[in-house]
Ligand binder design. Structure first.
Ligand code: COA
Length: 397
């Protein structure tokens, strides 16, 4: 049995520990775990962003950190994504990962990341340290023959390497308008643009040479499937005309492929431009968020323009002590100021604050769920302050 004294946590010290890190992640997540761990990919994440836990000098668990940002209310808030969370099977349920997560959160707090997000394969271990469901990742699969005709008034142009900055700009504009879309790091962009084994296709949608959208996709059959699908790694349409051009572009593939597969918003604007509800949801998953630094997170996001309001919170956090206590959030002109004190009218565990912060659940729903307590008038005001588009992410990690 492990104890606090026998666990040591830090970045992998050498290639052997990197292989142990990658080997544990392969064991847990790879469909066909390879005999030799490929450490090139984990190196690209940056060894300083990886952590291993050693029990009596032996690597027993690991996790990765992905520094980036997330858009809320038109502002990008620094966020550290967590990936490759795995404990070797012989060490599971001895408290190692709980310990690693706590240490990582303390580091993130000290390092100026007010948010942390992850995709959970299991939730209890994350809930225990303050993460909660806070947004959606949804994949649509739409038969090409039922997509409709769209419209071809905009031009489609195959993109080259010189268009990378343009892709970034178009994506950033879409992300700014959402809640929850990533402010992608170089590492996250590389995952989208790296060739891998399938032919990668990138097309820009333009009006008189000015881009209004893009698609990045491969074509292929899922294992065991007969149908060939168009698998979008990214699909962005900033205007209605661009959305209709994207529809037409993919409809023009209907004789050689079966389905268009893309990750979009829970209330997906592209679906307003297709005639039928013929899609299936191929994947639906909630990501979890942890408010790492309460005052910094509240001050960093944007708020509805034209709204002036005050929200009084009383936050409880069993893991990160500085978050505890009463906070006043004052919102005006789309911005917020945060100070200590106030009435603490809304009592909230830091876990309940995550879905409130992203707008995934209203404070009234969170009261029903037992996460929040307070007078209806305060909860209703907070609902207005945190209201916005349903939070979602196009990326997995
Ligand atoms: C999930 C996992 C990372 C937890 O690590 P751990 O070191 O065992 O965690 P802890 O000992 O701190 O325990 C935390 C909780 O995880 C639970 N847990 C252990 N193994 C688990 C498993 N395979 N699946 C789901 N939960 C598991 C434990 O039961 C414990 O909860 P409990 O005490 O209420 O029973 C580890 O089980 C693992 O590597 N699983 C496979 C990979 C995976 O699912 N990773 C998560 C990706 S998001």
């Amino acid at each position: 049995m492990t104890t606090q004294h026998t666990i040591e946590i830090s970045a992998p010290a050498d290639d052997e520990e990197l292989r142990a890190f990658r080997g544990m992640a392969d064991y847990a997540f790879s469909e066909n775990p390879p005999s030799t761990p490929d450490i090139a990919r984990v190196r690209r994440q940056g060894v300083e962003n990886l952590r291993v836990a050693r029990v009596r000098g032996v690597v027993a668990a690991g996790l990765g950190m992905l520094p980036m940002g997330q858009w809320f209310g038109g502002k990008s808030v620094p966020m550290v994504g967590i990936n490759a969370v795995a404990t070797a099977p012989e060490y599971r349920s001895t408290g190692i990962m709980s310990r690693m997560l706590r240490q990582m959160l303390e580091e993130a707090h000290a390092g100026g990341s007010p948010l942390s997000a992850l995709y959970p394969a299991t939730q209890p271990v994350y809930r225990r340290v303050g993460y909660e469901q806070a947004g959606i990742n949804i994949e649509y699969k739409h038969p090409l023959h039922a997509l409709g005709t769209g419209d071809r008034s905009l031009e489609v142009r195959r993109a080259g390497d010189e268009d990378t900055a343009t892709l970034h700009d178009i994506y950033a504009e879409r992300a700014r308008r959402t809640a929850g879309n990533l402010d992608r790091s170089e590492y996250m962009w590389a995952r989208i643009l790296e060739p891998r084994e399938a032919q990668l296709n990138i097309y820009l949608v333009e009006r008189d040479g000015t881009p209004e959208g893009y698609v990045i996709y491969t074509q292929g059959q899922a294992p065991g499937a007969k149908e060939k699908d168009i698998n979008c790694r990214d699909l962005v349409a900033l205007t209605a005309d661009a959305a209709r051009r994207v529809v037409a572009f993919f409809t023009d593939h209907r004789s050689t492929a079966e389905n268009l597969v893309w990750t979009g918003a829970p209330a997906e604007p592209l679906l307003l431009h297709v005639p039928n509800q013929a899609y299936k949801v191929g994947w639906y998953e909630q990501w979890m968020l942890r408010i790492v630094d309460v005052p910094a997170a509240l001050a960093a996001r944007g708020y509805p323009a034209g709204l002036e309001a005050e929200v009084h919170l009383d936050v409880r956090d069993d893991v990160l002590e500085p978050n505890n206590g009463r906070w006043v959030l004052t919102v005006a002109e789309g911005r917020a100021e945060v100070r200590q004190g106030g009435t603490g009218a809304i009592a909230v565990d830091v876990r309940g604050l995550a879905p409130m912060y992203t707008g995934y659940l209203s404070p009234l729903d969170l009261r029903t769920a037992g996460y929040v307590d307070g007078p209806e008038i305060d909860l209703t005001r907070a609902a207005t302050v945190f209201a916005g588009p349903t939070p979602w992410m196009a990326d997995g990690f």
